[in-house]
Write a protein that binds this ligand. Structure first.
Ligand code: NAD
Length: 439
C-alpha cells in the first residue's frame, strides 16, 4: 500500500508540500491549528498566492487524495510519514528563533502516535533542535521509540515553490536509522529517479545545511549591496560591475542583484537565528560577520528613502509617491519583512502621500500598513505622482510603457529600487531615472 503522508502546518511551505505529495500519488492530510486556513484549504482554496498551487490543490482535494483537518488525532491515526512544516519566526524578545510552534506541533502529534511512524522536520530550526524533539517524541508518544525522527530541510523559493518541491536541486536527509532513510527514499522516489543529488547525513549537519545556505545567499546579496554603497560615492555602476564579476564562474551572476536587499519570512530571521544559536553554543565569533550582513541589508532601505527624498527636492512632505510593488519578492503575496513595504511605510511616516499598487500583495500589505493608499493598477497608483518607486520586480512593471506613464504623472522621476527597469528606455521617454548604486 502506498505511504500515507501528513503535513503539519499548512502555510507557504506545508500547503505546497501537501499538494505536491498528493501530486506524486500519495494520500495526504494537511493539519493546522488555524481553522480559517484549514476551512479554505479543504474547500480547495489557497489562502495565499503561489503560482500553480491553486490548480494543484483543487485537483487533489476534488479527487479526495488530499484532505485537511485541525485534528491531530486524525493525523496520528492516518500517517506513516509526518512532515513538520510549522513556522519558526523570530522571537519577539531577541534574535533567536521561536520554537514554540515546532514544540507544540511535535507534542500534539506525539500524543496520537499509536503505531510506528516517521516524523520528518522540514521547518528551519537552530542546530540541536532535532535531538531535543526526538526525546520529546519518545517520551510523549504511546508507541515510544517506535516514533522516529528525521530532518529534511526545505529549500523551496516562494514564487517557484511547486517546481522546487517536485524537482528540487538537492535533497538532504538527516537520519539516524537506515529504515528512516529507506522511507524517505520512497517518498522522494520520483526526484531521486530523475537524478536529484542526495546528501544523507546526521541531524546536526542537516539543520546546519539550511542555516548555512541562507547565510551564504544573504552574504552574496549584502556583498553586492556594500559595493553599491561604494559605487554611489564615486558614480560607478554596480549593475555593470556585477555583470563583469559574475562572468567569473567562481563568483557567478545569480544573487548579485544590488538594490533594496533581501526580506521575507526566511532570510532575515534565519541569519539572526543562526547568529543567536552560534552564541548559545559558544561560537559567536564564527558568525559575527552576519551582523554586518544584516546591517548592510537594512541600510539599503534607508538609502532608498534618502534617494527618494533627494529626487523629491529634499523633502517628501506632501509629495505623491507611487510605490510599485510591496511584496518581498515578485510572484508572491508575502509581505513578511518586506523591504518594499518598509520603504513605503517610512515615506508615509515622513509626510508623503504614498499610493501603492502590487499585483498580489495588497491584502497582506493593507493588514500591516492600513494607512497607505492602495490601488488596483500601476496607472492608478502613478496618477499625479511626483516620484515613482519601483520596489518589487514584478514582470508587469518591466513591461510598463514609460512614455504612456509619463502622461499620468506630475513629475517624470523614477527610482528603481531593484535595478531591473530598462534605464535607457525610461530616460529616452523623458524620465529622470535613478537606480541604487548607479550613476
Ligand atoms: P507560515 O507562517 O506560512 O506557515 C506556518 C503554519 O504553521 C501556519 O499556517 C500556522 O498556523 C501553522 N502552525 C503554527 N503552530 C502550529 C501547530 N502547533 N500545529 C500545526 N500548525 C501550526 O510559514 P512558512 O513560510 O510556511 O514557513 C514554515 C517553515 O518553513 C519555517 O521554519 C520557514 O523558515 C521554513 N521555510 C519556509 C520557506 C518559504 O519560502 N516560505 C522555505 C523554506 C523553509
Amino acid at each position: 500500500m502506498s505511504l500515507r503522508i501528513t503535513a503539519i502546518g499548512t502555510g507557504y511551505l506545508g500547503a505546497t508540500h501537501a499538494a505536491c505529495m498528493a501530486e506524486l500519488g500519495f494520500e495526504v492530510v494537511g493539519v493546522d491549528v488555524d481553522e480559517t486556513k484549514i476551512k479554505a484549504l479543504a474547500a480547495g482554496e489557497v489562502p495565499f498566492y503561489e503560482p500553480g498551487l491553486a490548480e494543484l490543490l483543487e485537483r487533489h482535494v476534488s479527487s479526495g487524495r488530499l484532505r485537511f483537518t485541525t485534528s491531530f488525532a486524525e493525523a496520528g491515526e492516518f500517517g506513516d510519514v509526518h512532515f513538520l512544516c510549522v513556522g519558526t519566526p523570530q522571537r519577539p524578545d531577541g534574535l533567536a528563533a521561536d520554537l514554540s510552534h515546532v514544540e507544540a506541533a511535535t507534542a500534539a502529534l506525539a500524543a496520537h502516535l499509536t503505531r510506528p511512524a516517521l516524523v520528518v522536520g522540514k521547518s528551519t530550526v537552530p542546530v540541536g533542535t532535532a535531538a531535543r524533539l526526538q526525546v520529546m517524541l519518545h517520551e510523549l508518544s504511546p508507541v515510544g521509540t517506535g516514533a522516529s525522527l528525521a530532518w529534511n530541510p526545505e529549500f523551496l523559493r516562494e514564487g517557484h515553490a511547486i517546481e522546487d518541491t517536485l524537482a528540487p536541486d538537492r535533497l538532504v536527509f538527516g537520519v539516524t536509522r537506515q529504515a528512516d532513510e529507506d522511507l524517505l527514499r520512497e517518498v522522494y522516489a520520483c526526484a531521486l529517479a530523475a537524478g536529484t543529488p542526495l546528501v544523507t547525513t546526521d541531524w546536526a549537519t542537516a539543520e546546519l545545511v539550511k542555516a548555512s545556505a541562507n547565510a551564504f545567499l544573504a552574504t552574496k546579496i549584502s556583498f553586492i549591496n556594500a559595493i553599491a554603497e561604494i559605487c554611489e560615492v564615486v558614480d560607478a555602476d554596480v549593475v555593470a560591475l556585477a555583470d563583469a564579476i559574475g562572468h567569473d564562474p567562481r563568483i557567478g551572476r545569480r544573487f548579485l542583484n544590488a538594490g533594496l536587499g533581501f526580506g521575507g519570512g526566511c532570510l532575515p530571521k534565519d541569519i539572526r537565528a543562526f547568529m543567536a544559536r552560534a552564541g548559545e553554543i559558544g561560537a559567536a565569533d564564527a558568525l559575527s560577520f552576519l551582523r554586518e550582513i544584516d546591517s548592510i541589508n537594512m541600510r539599503r532601505r534607508q538609502r532608498a528613502v534618502e534617494v527618494t527624498r533627494e529626487v523629491a527636492g529634499g523633502s517628501v512632505l506632501g509629495a505623491n509617491i507611487a510605490v510599485l510593488g510591496v511584496a518581498f519578492k515578485p510572484e508572491s503575496d508575502d509581505v513578511r519583512d518586506s523591504p518594499a513595504l518598509n520603504v513605503a511605510g517610512q515615506l508615509q511616516l515622513q509626510g508623503a502621500n504614498v499610493r501603492v499598487y502590487d499585483p498580489k500583495a495588497t491584502a497582506n500589505a493593507r493588514q500591516v500598513f492600513p494607512t497607505l493608499r492602495y490601488f488596483d493598477s500601476a496607472e492608478q497608483a502613478c496618477s499625479k505622482a511626483d516620484v515613482v518607486l519601483h520596489l518589487t520586480e514584478w514582470d508587469e512593471f518591466a513591461a510598463l510603457d514609460p512614455a504612456e506613464l509619463l502622461r499620468i504623472v506630475r513629475k517624470p522621476v523614477v527610482v528603481d529600487g531593484r535595478n531591473t527597469l530598462d534605464a535607457a528606455r525610461w530616460r529616452q521617454a523623458g524620465w529622470t531615472y535613478r537606480g541604487l548604486g548607479r550613476p
